[in-house]
Write a new protein. Sequence first.
Length: 620
Amino acid sequence: MDQLKQIHLQTIVTGVSLDPLVCSMIIIFCCNHHLGDINYARQVFDKTPQPKVFLWNTMIKGYSRTTQTQHAISMYIQMLRTNVKPDDYTFPFLLKGFTPSISSKIGKAIHSHVYKLRFDSNPAVQTSLIHMYSLYGNMDDTRRVFDTSLKNDPIAWNIMITSYNRSKLFNESKNLFDKMEKTQVKPTLITLVSILSACSKLKDINGTKHIHQYIKNNKIDPNVKLNNTLLDAYATCHEMDTALEVFTNMKTRDVISWTVILSGFLNIGKFDFARDFFDRIPVKDSISWTTMINGYVSQNRFKESLMLFKKMQDEKIEPDEFTMVSALTACANMGALELGEWVKVCIDKNHNLKIKNDVFVGNALIDMYFKCAEVGKAVDVFKKMVKEDKFTWTNMIVGYGMNGFGNEAINMFNAMMKESIKPDGVCYLGVLCACMHSGKVDEGRKLFDDMRIHHGIEPEVEHYGCMVDLLGRSGLLSEAYEFINAMPIRPNSVVWRALLGACGIYKDVDLGEIVARKLVELEPDNGAGYVLLCNIYGACNRWEDLREVRNLMMNKRVTKTPGCSCIEVYGSIHEFVVCDRSHFRCDEIYSMLERITQDLKVSGYTPKSNGKFLDFGEWG
Ligand SMILES: *[C@@H]1O[C@H](CO)[C@@H](O)[C@H](O)[C@H]1NC(C)=O
Ligand SMILES: *[C@@H]1O[C@H](CO)[C@@H](O)[C@H](O)[C@H]1NC(C)=O
Ligand SMILES: *[C@@H]1O[C@H](CO)[C@@H](O)[C@H](O)[C@H]1NC(C)=O
Ligand SMILES: *[C@@H]1O[C@H](CO)[C@@H](O)[C@H](O)[C@H]1NC(C)=O
């Protein structure tokens, strides 16, 4: 620009500065060159006597290139006012600069100019119109222009297919590619990437194979991105053998290639394979770490996920919000409060870095605190959240409920309604369970009715289960039994078990027998029904009947699923399963347990169920 300005000065000195050719050359440089200054071009342009359409086009193109599209539009309007007619280049230059921030009304107005001035059969104009419409995400309008176009420009096809992909209309994207194949137009690599990612979203293995074959047949040389998309499509279709084959044949692989294969193994449940593969990734990024950590979380292998999370910290890989949510989920499910707190410190520390402390992370924190019974801290997080979503409210309602804060859960539910957030089935389940835990029968009945009548949510079997539990625990046994009989869907064992539990509490042997029989019928191999029945007989001192049920269990070899619990000590997690003696300090633990039991007996505690909250966990 400096040199250009010097030459420009010379032309002024020598008096040729208004020569049309001189003006043109200066404007062309400023508008086309990547170092060109469009404002300088404008100054020269404004002094140029009677610029021709070529120069107007150059200015429009210059403005479009610098995304100052509003200036390009005003240039176009000014041009019409000076009675200069647009030519074949005007509209492509003008429309190419469009961004979604320009009103679509202006776009439509320009479209009607195109039509009136009869440029609508020009292929370049057609493509630029398709581009303009696609920006607004209205695929119907876009398709209408496309359908009337000549369809011989690969760029137009490309815009259509990528826009369908962006609008998540993957079917349309695929259908259009089928049409494209029948023409002579060759897809670009970007088109192929879009179409493969559509196949991946549709889990369309036939489509994927077809495109793969197409690539081979047409001797297309795929770049890494196209190969990665191909991997991804095979992996999401669970065709891991083919995915691995492609992976092995790739000349260049990046961390995305490795991560795609990793998630493929995780999706088909090959965990140990996945872990092995993960360990072999040469340079791991936060996404590959998070994929593996989250893979463990999705399999309830929380301990391993947290161990990996710690390793990630040791290797100084900066986590992102997805990593944090996975780690918090693991902490929540292990009750690992200490670690959860540490994750929170990480989040607070990295607030402005990679981790966005957004709703997503906030929700996971709330869930973690509630599951660790830290109600106050969960509420603190909630109060500090800048923005909440439906899941935030649901977490609060469910969390209050499971910690026995029935009133707070119901208040939270009402507050949510005041914010005009539409509750869903999960939300209702949360608040109904809260009613159940705090024995609020009337509120529960009302909520249950509201759910159907005012919100059109059909209750699912879990909602019925919750209501039965609520009625049963409140001693309304026959109402609960009638409620089950009136259910429009088949009650499952959870529903019956809830009532059976209540029969135990209120020592209703007759109903208990009926219900237990239903339960044993539904799940003959599950011990829980038998055990609950035993509890009832035990509570009523009907030892004969109790022995009979136990014998029945023995004969059928019914066992209870083993209980499991875990605790966190100084940040490490210890897991215990029933009858499991694998812990390295097992002997000490059992002798301590014995001492505690002795001490309890001495101070008068009898570890025998006395009929108040009986449940099968206490039996045997
Ligand atoms: C997509 O296509 C499949 C089969 O061609 C069809 O079953 C499905 O309903 C379509 N989905 C949409 C949203 O058009
Ligand atoms: C297609 O859309 C999905 C999301 O809808 C996006 O993840 C993917 O990157 C897109 N692919 C292309 C090639 O635009
Ligand atoms: C996929 O291809 C197989 C074999 O060519 C065929 O049997 C099947 O119907 C196809 N599936 C779809 C959804 O087109
Ligand atoms: C993509 O994969 C093919 C084999 O499927 C291979 O020939 C090609 O070199 C790969 N491209 C890159 C950039 O790795």
